[in-house]
Design a protein around this ligand. Structure first.
Ligand SMILES: NC(=O)C1=CN([C@@H]2O[C@H](COP(=O)(O)OP(=O)(O)OC[C@H]3O[C@@H](n4cnc5c(N)ncnc54)[C@H](O)[C@@H]3O)[C@@H](O)[C@H]2O)C=CC1
Ligand SMILES: O=C(O)C(=O)[C@@H](O)CO
Length: 300
């Protein structure tokens, strides 16, 4: 059944495409926008609406912003062809990219200047949960922003954490998650390759460690990509210099040392230097494999 909710999803990549599909499944009218036009065609094939986001901007109830970073978010909201000035009063921007908390606060103020609500709403769970409508959302914003965003939250999230009544606290919690997630992926890569040096096959590593105390969500999610030799980017490596950069900047501002995050960041930077930035972040394992002269599954 179609519900009279009009939603635009801007950024139809690993997360945005699945979130848009989850909104379509809910019966909303869903408009998609991406600089890669094939992604808009794919959304139309999944039941997305045919008009462009710009043509319908004034009638939208919600805009879900799922581009890569803060610069891209600012461009789509307030750049030369930015959408916020075109929205009706009372519409809401649901901002899902991982960005610094201060940036989220400044976007909220600028949206409110246009009579538009802003929900600081970074997401967790990866592309599969995005497509299933089962994300965890770390949200913060006014009561009115939560109310206006409710249809989007219902369609895309299994769990919505209400973390504050102004933007910033959602992004702060997301930075905490990224510290752990980024370190856990790097630790998985280090442990998997360490295991190989000890004669432990990578599939055996998963079978055993996923049932022991050393496991993590990231190990169970990413190590299978290494075993399959499949680095299709569900989460690109370039996300990590951005996200661990956000963590380290905030930590520095508070006088906190974060040496474990710094060590993980060095490994992601090496991966990017090796040309692996647009591969899945499980490719950080290749940094370790190269340094030890190991061949990963699917190589050689
Ligand atoms: N991939 C993942 O597992 C997760 C990603 N995130 C965060 O969610 C955000 C999105 O991540 P992904 O979907 O993985 O990134 P992605 O790079 O796959 O998708 C971003 C999309 O935005 C599009 N885009 C860029 N500039 C645009 C513009 N001006 N107008 C329209 N579209 C534009 C790109 O073409 C791309 O399709 C990031 O902030 C990321 O850190 C959060 C949780 C999980
Ligand atoms: O799901 C999350 O949380 C994540 O941030 C990762 O999958 C990184 O992209």
């Amino acid at each position: 059944m179609t519900r009279p909710v009009k939603v635009a999803v801007v950024g139809l990549g690993s997360m945005g495409f699945g979130m848009a599909r989850s909104c379509v499944r809910q019966g909303y009218q869903v408009f998609g926008s991406d600089i890669v036009t094939e992604r808009m065609d794919s959304l139309r094939n999944e039941g997305g609406a045919a008009e462009t986001v710009d043509a319908v901007a004034a009638s939208l109830d919600a805009v879900v912003a799922v581009v890569l970073n803060a610069d891209q978010t600012e461009t789509i909201l307030f750049g030369e062809t930015g959408i916020v000035p075109k929205l009706k009063p009372g519409a809401v921007v649901v901002a899902c990219a991982t960005v610094p908390p201060d940036f989220a606060r400044s976007m909220e103020t600028r949206c409110q200047d246009h009579g538009v609500h802003y929900l600081d709403a970074p997401v967790s769970g990866g592309s599969v949960k995005a497509g299933e409508g089962k994300l965890s959302i770390m949200a913060a914003g006014t009561h009115e922003a939560f109310a206006a965003a409710q249809p989007v939250l219902e369609a895309t999230a299994e769990t919505v954490f209400k973390l504050g009544d102004t933007a910033g606290s959602g992004s702060a919690m997301k930075a905490v998650n990224q510290l752990l997630a980024g370190v856990h992926i790097a630790a998985m890569a280090e442990a998997l390759t360490f295991g190989m040096t000890q004669g432990i096959d990578p599939q055996k590593f998963i079978n055993v460690i996923s049932r022991c105390a050393g496991t993590s969500w990231m190990l169970e999610n990413r190590a299978p990509h290494v075993v399959a030799g499949d680095y299709t980017p569900h989460s690109q490596t370039v996300i990590w210099p951005k996200d661990l950069g956000i963590v380290l900047e905030a930590a520095k501002g508070s006088g906190l040392e974060a040496p474990i995050t710094e060590a993980a960041l060095r490994q992601y930077n090496k991966a990017v230097e090796m040309g692996l930035g647009h591969e899945d972040d499980a490719a950080i394992t290749k940094v370790y494999a190269r340094s030890a002269g190991l061949q990963l599954p699917g190589e050689g």
